[in-house]
Design a protein around this ligand. Structure first.
Ligand code: AMP
Ligand code: GLY
Length: 425
């Protein structure tokens, strides 16, 4: 079978890596991919959001399954275009992708379906949003309605900060049309977890639990990023909490999708805030989390290709999912300056030593080839992922592996998974 993976980050490298472990997969293509992916798959020079060119590629190369990594092609309707042409594709159609593409849609959906989430109101007028902020006081959360590359949420500590955020989004159009509408939301205090499920619209298969570290600096300080590291399993998500999430969030979510006649086939990432032991939904994503996908896929024992194909074909009930008992930890290495302006083109050394490493695997995110060398080309550059008999051992393995890697300005957190280790002590 031939598979096409769409995207170019650490998540996509992990997807490609795991798919290639299936005995049924003979070849994987990736569009556009990165330097690390090109070592194990054939990268093709088509952008992730060029649905017409991707569909043509799939037709002419007899691709059996396409797997969409990022949210942008999903919200633009790539699945609808593929389904029209009877091509097998993993991911939700445009109607399902609204769960991530419009925060107002997602919040209204939660309210309608009784899914626990923070209190909120949506606004098209900046002045009215400001009035509401003054009424509610701080801390308070401001969210652009549409996709904003992970930058559209501001957790404001003061009323002034919240009003500045509203102006930046609604008046200065920092996120273009994505900021024409906003949500003003109650600030929840608790601990976050990432809970992902696979669904074909009928059957739900929960994936292993995970947590990521969003802030750039140790001690969860500094600005938010796409994620500086992640681990699986998440000790925060106990069996009881998992049952709660399935019953109070995933159950009503599936019922709501059915009621809205959304035939969802793909992964749903539920961003959960656990407040005094109870789960509340912060957001839905319609794709695998990044970096969470990296430690989760490192723990997957089942045939990933079969799992994705069965989801796309609506027969998820036929497959079983098993996980390794080991824990895994992924530490992200970023470029100097990220999540702000960062440098590019720095030569990366030490990657060759991982070719036969049994403990650790390096997933590439922002890397490319220049004159035969691997150089940095993005904010998040690499994700070093390691397994271990428990989280502490997996963490030690990941940090041992990192010592071999070098590039100018490399930054990584030294405390990934510490909060999980503390919980277990
Ligand atoms: P989102 O994209 O909606 O998950 O927001 C990104 C990040 O902002 C989340 O991972 C949280 O850290 C934070 N956040 C979002 N909504 C809230 C909220 N209501 N209360 C506190 N923090 C939030
Ligand atoms: N790591 C958070 C996300 O993928 O949205």
């Amino acid at each position: 079978m031939k598979v096409l993976v769409i995207g170019s980050g650490g998540r996509e490298h992990a997807l490609v890596w795991k798919l290639l472990q299936s005995p049924r997969v003979e070849k994987v293509f990736c569009a556009p991919g990165n330097a690390g992916i090109s070592e194990i798959a054939e990268c093709i020079n088509i952008k992730a959001d060029d649905a017409d060119a991707l569909l043509n590629f799939v037709k002419y190369n007899w691709i059996d399954l396409t797997v969409v990594g990022p949210e942008v092609p999903l919200t633009a309707g790539i699945v609808d275009a593929f389904v029209r042409e009877e091509r097998r594709i993993f991911g939700p159609d445009k109607s399902g992708a609204r769960l991530e593409g419009s925060k107002i849609f997602a919040k209204d959906f939660m309210r309608k379906n009784g899914i626990p989430t923070a209190e909120y109101r949506s606004f098209t007028s900046c002045r009215q949003a400001e009035e509401y902020v003054r009424l509610k006081g701080a801390p308070i959360v401001i969210k652009a309605d549409g996709l904003a590359a992970g930058k559209g949420v501001i957790v404001a500590e003061t009323v002034e900060e919240a009003i500045d955020a509203l102006k930046m989004i609604m008046k200065d159009n920092a996120f273009g049309d994505a900021g024409k509408k906003v949500i003003v939301e109650q600030c929840l205090v608790g601990e976050e977890a990432s809970f992902m499920i696979l669904t074909d619209g009928k059957t739900v298969v929960p994936l292993a639990t995970s947590q990521d570290h969003k802030r750039i600096f140790d001690g969860d300080k500094g600005p938010n990023t796409g994620g500086m590291g992640a681990y699986s399993p998440a000790p925060l998500v106990t069996k009881t909490l998992e049952k709660d999430i399935m019953r109070h969030i995933v159950g009503p979510l599936m019922k709501g999708l059915k009621r809205e006649r959304i035939n969802y086939r793909g992964v749903i990432y539920v961003g959960v805030m656990v407040c005094q032991g109870k789960p509340f939904v912060l957001e839905f994503n319609v794709r695998f989390g990044d970096p969470e996908a990296q430690p989760i896929l490192a723990r997957l024992d089942s045939d990933f290709f079969e799992l994705l194909k069965a989801t796309a074909e609506g027969r998820l009930k036929d497959v079983t999912v098993t996980w390794k008992d080991e824990a895994s930890v992924c530490v992200v290495i970023s470029s100097k300056g990220y999540p702000g302006e960062y440098s590019k083109g720095e030569k990366i050394t030490g990657l060759d030593s991982f070719k036969n490493d049994k403990n650790a695997v390096v997933f590439h995110a922002g890397t490319s080839m220049k004159h035969g060398e691997i150089v940095t080309s993005g904010g998040r550059v690499l994700g070093v992922t390691a397994l271990g008999q428990d989280i502490k051992t997996a963490k030690d393995n990941a940090y041992k592996a990192i010592e071999k890697i070098h590039f100018n300005g490399m930054h990584y957190r030294k405390d990934i998974a510490d909060r999980a280790i503390k919980k277990q002590q």
